[in-house]
Design a protein around this ligand. Structure first.
Ligand code: KG4
Ligand code: ZN
Length: 361
């Protein structure tokens, strides 16, 4: 029997909602993405050079109803980014929704609260089950959504090794089955996305750093500056030493005087060493856990240079190619599609006890 899942994501600086239809047979979860609405707060946070938590919660509050209307198809004039355009065909009633999934953490507390309370109210009002989803599992499941309609195999893809690279996380996660996660490597200091953002700030390039550095790097020489890989031998990541190395190249820390450097070359060299690190650790984990498939997801996976190298350098280990699972770029960064998919699978899972609509997460 097919069911409709509405999902809400508000853990950082995007207010996102998605409606999906989900069905299953013995071998597959069959998913159809019906809507994917994302209201970005980048313009609000730009001038602060990073996410300003109090402003983020307020902006979520303002965006909640317009994003809900957009996701349900009842108002498509709000100007909210809605991808892809061709999804804009139908409208749905909240009464028809079978369950509401919501990002319950990790994230900024004030931002999370806005989504969780909205989900709580909708679930109470319409007597729907509420499904808490972890932000990282949302990133993982978004990777399967390559088209509007797709199947997720129930077996054959396990174990999965997932590299989730975002503004808050750099994690290697081993999955022996759906919804079963074991963190086998993670950052001990900065996340990869955070390193992009901080280095962009050091180089006075703006926020968010990832896309700006990626663009600048296209015209730079990636071998111009020699930068360090943090903790080479272990599964964990460290990016703070790299950030300090960039700082030393941009100014004399004793006098505070700026040093002349080539911005494009430094951007390219920095991007290269981050990607070298990510691929090195992923390869080590592949050798250790021998996964059948590999996922690359999270905001940093929107980076074309990373996507290209990840696919190319792991190709010999994963045949057929579909075993390298990377989301379309618009689902690399925060969205509610992955939250909805994880929510649908959780509701199907024998282990999941459907939450009481009054649940406080
Ligand atoms: O997953 P995400 O949207 O939010 C968090 O969960 O944190 O990731 C945001 C991060 C930011 O640090 C941003 O700079 C980075 O993803 N990012 C990128 C690119 N696009 C976004 N990093 C590198 N290259 C990109 N093209
Ligand atoms: Zn994220």
């Amino acid at each position: 029997m097919s069911k409709l899942i509405l999902a809400i994501e508000s853990s950082c600086d995007e207010t996102a909602m998605s409606l999906i239809r989900s069905e299953e047979d013995a071998d597959y979860f069959q998913i159809e993405v019906l809507s994917n609405a994302v209201a970005s707060q980048i313009d609000i946070h730009k001038k602060w050079g990073g996410v300003f938590p109090e402003l983020a919660s307020r902006a979520h509050l303002e965006a909640m109803i317009p994003v809900l209307e957009e996701a349900m198809g009842s108002n498509q004039q709000s100007g909210i980014r809605y991808q892809p355009e061709k999804l804009k065909t139908e409208s749905w009633q909240l009464t028809a929704v079978d369950a509401i999934a919501v990002t319950a953490g990790p994230g900024l507390v004030g931002s999370l609260l806005m989504g969780v309370e909205t989900a709580n109210i909708l679930a109470n009002l319409h007597k729907k089950p509420l499904i808490p989803v972890n932000h990282l599992e949302g990133h993982i499941y978004a990777a399967f959504a390559k088209q509007n309609k797709f199947n997720i195999p129930k077996s054959d893809i396990f174990p999965i090794l997932a590299l989730v690279v975002s503004g808050g996380h750099t994690s290697l996660i081993l999955m022996k089955d759906h919804l079963k996660y074991e963190v086998v490597g993670q950052t001990i200091d900065d996340a990869a996305g955070e390193a992009f953002d901080k280095v962009s700030k050091l180089m006075e390039l703006g926020y968010p750093g990832g896309p700006i550095i990626e663009k600048l790097a296209q015209s730079g020489n990636e071998n111009a500056y020699k930068l360090p890989i943090g903790i080479k031998d272990q599964a964990d990541f460290s990016f703070s030493g790299l950030k300090t190395a960039v700082l030393y190249l941009t100014k004399d820390v004793r006098t505070g005087e700026k040093i002349e450097y080539n911005k494009a070359d430094l951007a390219a060299s920095f991007q290269k060493i981050v990607v070298d690190t990510l691929i090195l650790k992923t390869k080590k984990a592949i050798d250790k856990y021998n996964p059948s498939s590999v996922i690359l997801s999270g905001g940093v996976s929107a980076n074309s240079y990373l996507r290209k190298r990840f696919s190319r350098e792991l190709a010999s280990k994963f045949l057929p190619e579909e075993m390298i699972i990377i989301p379309p770029k618009n689902l690399s960064t925060d969205n509610a599609v992955g939250i909805a998919i994880a929510g649908a699978l959780k509701q199907d899972s024998a282990n999941f006890v459907v939450a009481d609509p009054n649940l406080k997460i």
